[in-house]
Design a binder for this molecule. Sequence first.
Ligand code: PMP
Length: 364
Amino acid sequence: LAVSGVRSLSPYLPGKPIEELAREQGLDEADIVKLASNENPLGPAPSSLASIKRQLSDIARYPDGNLFNLRQALSQKLQVLPEQITFGNGSNDVLVLLAQSWLKPGVSAVFSEYAFVVYPIAVKAAGAESIVVPARNWGHDLEAMADAVREDTRMIFLANPNNPTGTAFSRDELVCFLDKVRNDIIVVLDEAYFEYVQDEKHPDGIALLNQYPNLVVTRTFSKAYGLAGSRVGYSVSSKNIASVLNKLRQPFNVNNLGEAAAVAVLEDEDYLARSRSLNSEGLEKVATGLQDQGFAYIPSKGNFITFDTGGDAMVVYQKLLEKGVIVRPVANYGMLRHLRVSIGLPEENDRFLQALAEVKEAVI
Ligand code: PMP
């Protein structure tokens, strides 16, 4: 018997795999461009690959359940105590762990309309109620979110930048929000795309932890660090919050190959710099291309852009698939006219823009 309400949930819908499209459309895998899952188009860092190779002979052993090496490296890099970090099988895992730890039937959690789709799933799985606050200009309406908090609210999810809209809020807006929120409510600040943001006014959630002990910041190695397949994410919080999370955490939720890869890339400043510059150039290129073709798009701070197809997004999605270009529908967010495209290599971005222009001719 499922927890009440779980049956009514829509499951997380991942991007279509290249192999599946190749089979469906009779295409060569090499001719397919996948811009559907906000992955790093550079592929893994050579430093991560070398580290995984060195670690391979150890896969008969359990990983280090405390992730000593990665914990030390991250605590130095982020200037936090090792005890403030909680690791997860991707940051998704930590988000679910947070919901499991603080939510239960009879309490509520607040998040924004169009916010990352895992929040409602995690809240429902814990048996709690979701309070969804209407977005403003596709982004979080932090004032309305603070007002939406009820007596029974235990958790608030904020994504900065948000997926799938790419919207972000400033440090001033965040601080003003945190000042208003009761300090017995856990505020989860999801910074999965933090490393991509190049804006002086963008907040670094970790720098605010000392001031706001109810704040939990989640980050990941899946995006700018190029390790989506290795599933390594983490949260940084007060030691108290981390100790609660660590009680419920599965003992080996990050494997030894993932840890080795993450330790290596964390020191690889060149890879991070290349990820960031490739992304900012690509973002500009794709935004300009969309604009030139007359598509309205939501300005993005992440490694993706969501644009208005002007009609039924699924028709455009399907036509792009036929041309070997995989993007992401966002209908499960209630956005029926929009599609989300991840930023790829320059030639992949060009393929997408070219295919979109052809589809536009044919159907729009
Ligand atoms: N938060 C946001 C806003 C995301 O877009 C994603 C990835 N889609 C995640 C968290 C989770 O990523 P991961 O589990 O790979 O760390």
